[in-house]
Ligand binder design. Structure first.
Ligand SMILES: Cc1cc2nc3c(=O)[nH]c(=O)nc-3n(C[C@H](O)[C@H](O)[C@H](O)COP(=O)(O)OP(=O)(O)OC[C@H]3O[C@@H](n4cnc5c(N)ncnc54)[C@H](O)[C@@H]3O)c2cc1C
Length: 471
């Protein structure tokens, strides 16, 4: 067993002394998650600059039986990238690995290293006249390796799918330090088990992703965005059906925003304004994208919304007339997580339901929570087009925050049991991390847990890769 000073010197020999932190204060930014919910301890935080350096660090840790915590932009919402409190692991942060190795516009592919931020991947695609469609509010900070490892979703899944649908190949350092060079860019490859899928959504428990081959799309030349007020989630779902019928694949985003969530943004973000007057309980942010000209697309959206207005499904709507207005509408939606953070403690649920069960869920969960804790605040927003809701609970008085945390187990049980009874999932896009590693035992079958355990034991028999996360 290496003493701390020896470990530091061996890690420094691999990545350079300035890229190894061992002092508690110097490690601090990488030991706490974005929400501030988890804080861990580690022997070192290390920043390798290449796949070979990652492999060397992993080999050293494996040889010394040191647990490892892979980390990217540290924007995860389940504590997956935060070490446990036992202080025995090494955090391996890949943020220095930012090279875009190749963009092939003709083949619609790109190869990017794991530490490239999502925004930089999007930019590199745009510079080549292509689109990388994954999009989420943390895109300036989250990294493509983290996006792969959490199988990130975001606001364009409806049209383009989640991260799993956007990965063609992957390069991974396995828990024993061997490198799997799986960076193929093929659209078709039926040569046995599709191994890359194991690492997508594995939350760093099976290895460290060092580079990814990505699918690109044609860059739409026109976008049209609208903020639409609806009376209920059921009305929002009817609107979704009508827009899909009339606009087909042009519909790229369909985001539900409950008034409680919007209220937090209006309260905490002084620069934003509500797009429409009146406290309607629900709004939907709709976006269409297509080739062709903006006026034509806006006309199409206008016509579609006018036709549903007559049915009473839609109460009021505003369509952005230019890019600045569209950005302002998106800013309202994207500010919700930050506004919630500023508001204080909340018990978050990232759930997904079959579309025809969303209304039943909201009704049943709302009633059950109100019966358990009259007055509990429920902020709902999310990617309704994917059946994915962020269903977050808080209390109206700050002095009740401690009680909220104490009751979080019961609150989770109420919400998740209803989700499960309606054939939904307790984690739609954020993963399990530390937050839901116990919950999953209740909501996945013995057989599913056994298969997951078998995969973990095969690739990481000594359990060194991100222990205490996911399973
Ligand atoms: C404001 C805000 C909005 C968000 N909106 C969305 C959203 O709409 N949709 C969505 O899906 N998520 C969303 N998220 C969550 C988060 O941004 C995503 O989960 C993102 O994919 C995490 O990437 P990261 O680089 O920050 O990963 P990290 O937080 O560093 O890590 C997340 C997990 O992946 C593992 N990991 C990271 N990098 C690697 C690697 N190279 N190899 C192996 N394992 C690795 C970590 O161990 C950890 O388990 C949001 C977060 C914030 C703060």
């Amino acid at each position: 067993m290496l003493v701390d000073a020896e470990l530091e010197s061996r890690l420094s020999a691999i990545v350079g002394a300035e890229f190894v932190r061992t002092d508690a204060g110097a490690m601090e930014p990488w030991l706490t998650d974005w929400r501030g919910r988890y804080t861990g301890r580690a022997r070192a935080v290390v920043f390798p600059a290449s796949t070979e350096q990652v492999a060397e660090v992993v080999r050293l840790c494996a040889e010394q039986d040191i647990p490892m915590v892979p980390q990217g932009g540290n924007t995860g919402l389940c504590g997956g990238g935060t070490p446990l409190d036992d202080g025995v692991s090494v955090v391996i942060n890949v943020s220095r690995m930012k090279t875009i190795r190749r963009v092939d516009a003709a083949a619609y592919t790109m190869i990017a290293e794991a530490g490239t931020t999502l925004a930089d991947v999007q930019r590199a695609a745009a510079e080549a006249g292509r689109l990388f469609p994954l999009s989420l509010a943390a895109e300036g900070s989250c990294e493509i390796g983290g996006n792969v490892s959490t199988n990130a979703g975001g606001v364009q899944v409806l049209r383009y799918g989640n991260m799993r649908d956007l990965v063609l190949g992957i390069e991974v350092v396995l828990p024993d330090g061997r490198i799997w060079h799986g960076l193929r860019t093929l659209r078709k490859d039926n040569t046995g088990y599709d191994l890359k899928q194991l690492f997508i959504g594995a939350e760093g428990t099976l290895g460290i992703v060092t580079a990814v081959a990505l699918k690109l799309y044609a860059q739409p030349s026109a976008r049209s965005t609208a903020w639409v007020q609806v009376a209920s989630p059921d009305a929002a779902l009817s609107l979704l059906g009508r827009l899909r019928d009339s606009c087909g694949d042009r519909l790229t985003a369909f985001e539900l925003i409950g008034y409680e969530a919007l209220g937090l943004v209006l309260h905490h973000m002084p620069d934003v304004r509500a797009p429409l007057q009146g406290e309607q309980p629900w709004a939907v942010l709709v976006e269409l994208a297509d080739a062709g000209c903006e006026d034509e697309l806006r006309g199409r959206l206008e016509a579609a919304l006018e036709s549903v207005m007559e049915t009473g499904m839609v109460q009021d709507a505003v369509i952005a007339q230019n890019t600045a207005q569209a950005k302002a509408l998106w800013a309202l939606r994207e500010a919700i997580p930050e506004a919630q953070k500023r508001e204080g403690v909340s018990v978050k649920h990232d759930i997904a339901l079959p579309l025809d069960r969303v209304g039943a869920f909201l009704q049943r969960a709302g009633d059950a929570l109100e019966a358990y804790w009259p007055g509990v605040r429920i902020a709902v927003f999310g990617h309704l087009g994917d059946g994915n809701l962020h269903y977050n609970l808080s209390c109206s008085a700050a002095e009740e925050n401690q009680l909220l945390l104490e009751r979080s187990g019961v609150l989770n049980r109420i919400v998740y049991d209803i989700v499960d009874a309606l054939n939904g999932t307790i984690s739609a896009e954020h993963g399990l991390g530390q937050l839901k590693r116990e919950e999953i035992r209740r909501y996945r079958s013995e057989l599913e847990l056994e298969m997951m355990g078998a995969i973990k034991r095969t690739l990481d028999p000594r359990g060194l890769m991100n222990p205490g996360k996911l399973i």
